[in-house]
Design a binder for this molecule. Sequence first.
Ligand code: G3H
Ligand code: 13P
Ligand code: ZN
Length: 305
Amino acid sequence: MKDLKYFINKALNEHFALGAINFNNMETIQGIVEACKNCNSPAILAVSEGALKYMGANYVRALFDAAKKDFPYIYLHLDHGKSFEVCKDAIDLEFDSVMIDGSNLKFEDNILLTKKVCEYAHKYDKVVEGELGQLKGVEDDIKNNAHIYTDPQQAKTFVEKTGVDMLAIAIGTSHGAYKYSGEQKLEFEILKKIENLLPNFPLVLHGASTVDKKIVEEFNNYGGNLKNASGIPENLLKIAVSKHNIIKINTDTDVRLSMTSKVRKVLAEKNTEFDLRNYLGAGRNNITSTISEKIINIFLSNDKI
Ligand code: G3H
Ligand code: 13P
Ligand code: ZN
């Protein structure tokens, strides 16, 4: 059975990545799944707590089930679950995997919370992602002014004590459209140390949008104001996937920018437009192009699937 665990192991052994792409409405999930279908690529479809609140759990489930009929190798994932209860709800709704994000807690408390989620999830054979280290930027109203990189020794202890199935690490990525003010880099030395202590263990990169310059330019050309936005360069992500154990690449900002830049363009070019299918449809097509490019250039760049 080609379940999520099958693809996690395959990605680890063959050095490709599963895109973990966030969706927030019907057009975003359709745009993403069309790309997966065209490229014959498995993917994780992620919903944050905010997205769950926005769409409602029943709509999330129904949208995902419809998408799965279109392309079977997609897996429903809770992104940044902050409590045991929200993870339990997702597991009870038969999500394929959950992330319990205790990264802002004390190390010992993060271990306890993550272990509790693992114990519940594993009874139902669900996959759990934990997080250690903190990404720079704002997340759920918590602001981190600097990166707190993952401590490799702590990572080993965390995995051993919690029984988590994959681990999100902080090596220089951050959420949103402003990832760097200076040099665009990732801390590959820290990644190597983590991999030495946790050989052959699935690792996850959050905040991995590339923030394509052309898309930002279009966004700004049609009334937007995202000056000096910058993402993770494609070549760094490619190294993280093809030479390391990063098997899940989280992407939300690029989906949002792809949709919004096109909506801005269509509405600006035709000020009588009010058929939402025309501007949301253009946004949806742009999401498909953006995700297809990512699948080809980053996630499956070594042709291993
Ligand atoms: O990691 C954060 C994701 O981009 C989700 O963001 O909480 O605004 O839905 P959100
Ligand atoms: P981006 O903001 O870089 O797209 O990251 C999304 C993410 O990490 C979702 O969990
Ligand atoms: Zn994230």
